[in-house]
Design a protein around this ligand. Structure first.
Ligand SMILES: C[S@@+](CC[C@H](N)C(=O)[O-])C[C@H]1O[C@@H](n2cnc3c(N)ncnc32)[C@H](O)[C@@H]1O
Length: 207
């Protein structure tokens, strides 16, 4: 029994529900515990293939949904997908065209694993940093972020970087995570952003 059984069970359950992968159940669990998606939020999904998070998100918001991945994503009604590297400025420009504002970013991206632990950890944190940069560029003030990271070297450092950008940040270990995995989700709420707060301007009479 053990993890192999749970893995198969989760996979079968996801497929039965029409989702493309077991990752769908993980996002559902995360959102049940951390309800950060509002019913009309525009959400950007970084590292979205094969698309099961997009399927779940489509059920949760009527807003614009855009998914980006290095690999193609089979069409999902009401969702726009882009093939490419999310850190590429051309891709960022395309996202801007598609989304007048981004209210939430989700990122389940992971690099291809080499099996060499410290190398893989460094690449994962590097990818996290790239996702954070995209978030800093596109997310609207007050928006939320769900991002997959991995515990290990530089995790705390990266976590503190996220804390500088959001009013509320915490970690969440999904119960459906495979046994022994260092995977850890960062749930960041209320993006501080760079734009001036219009209400602050009003308060001092300058707006
Ligand atoms: C675990 S899968 C995502 C699963 C997805 N959340 C779902 O539910 O179907 C991780 C994805 O991250 C993508 N990825 C990794 N680095 C990327 C990058 N720089 N730009 C775009 N996608 C990337 C990979 O191609 C892979 O498809």
């Amino acid at each position: 029994m053990g993890s192999q059984w749970s893995k198969d069970k989760a996979y079968v359950q996801a497929k039965k529900s029409g989702y493309r992968s077991r990752a769908a159940l993980k996002l559902k669990e995360i959102l049940k515990k951390n309800p950060v998606i509002r019913p009309d939020d525009n959400i950007l999904d970084l590292g979205a293939a094969p698309g099961s998070w997009l399927q779940v998100l489509r059920e949760m918001t009527d807003g614009i949904l855009v998914g980006v991945d290095l690999n193609p994503i089979n069409p999902i009604p009401g969702v726009t997908t882009i093939i490419g590297d999310f850190s590429d400025p051309v891709i960022i420009a395309r996202i801007r065209e598609l989304m007048p504002e981004v209210n939430g970013v989700v990122c389940d991206a992971s690099p291809k694993l080499s099996g060499q632990r410290s190398y893989d950890q460094a690449r994962a944190i590097d990818l996290n940093q790239q996702a954070l940069r995209v978030t800093q560029t596109l997310l609207k003030r007050g928006g939320n972020l769900i991002l997959k990271s991995f515990q290990g070297e530089d995790f705390s450092w990266f976590y503190n970087q996220v804390k500088m950008d959001f009013y509320s940040v915490k970690t969440y270990k999904a119960q459906s995570t495979r046994k022994g995995s260092t995977e850890m989700y960062i749930i960041a709420k209320n993006f501080i952003g760079n734009e001036p707060d219009p209400e602050e301007n009003q308060a001092d009479g300058s707006a």
